[in-house]
Write a protein of this length. Sequence first.
Length: 169
Amino acid sequence: MTSPYEFRPTHVVPESGLPTWESPDPARQSARLDPLLPVMLTETSGDWARVVCSNAWSAWVDGRLLITLPHRPPGTAQPLATTTDPRALLAALESALGAYRQLVEQYADGRLDLEAFRSRSAGLRIGAVIDGPAAWLLDLDRGRWYYCEGAQLQTYATVEPADTGRGPT
């Protein structure tokens, strides 16, 4: 059986929880899984799915009801590495956000029609999540999300670069 150290959840149990069975046989019902419990799918048989919990307990469930976890973002297998000062990326994000704000203001004031707004904002993509001292910043030129706390950027995940019309980066 899988040890807890090898446990890598692939799914979660739905909010209503899930009944379990000892085998893929409706006559052999067992315990109920808690709502939103992470589980690892290890086997399927028709609509039946064998799952393993973090404590290595295994059971069969109705696999159609499991909620698939998204795949781990590419690039997260490497350890977090401290990189550059975040100020240049913050300035680029601020500039892009300012450009978008101006387009929204022009559209809201009637100086741009919807077609012009869409045309001028096409390819403009930025991303930032600020939560107190922590920040997650998207740098599309490098195809990376960075985690920032204080004055250091750490690579968090890589992303597929967007087609911005600027050619390969």
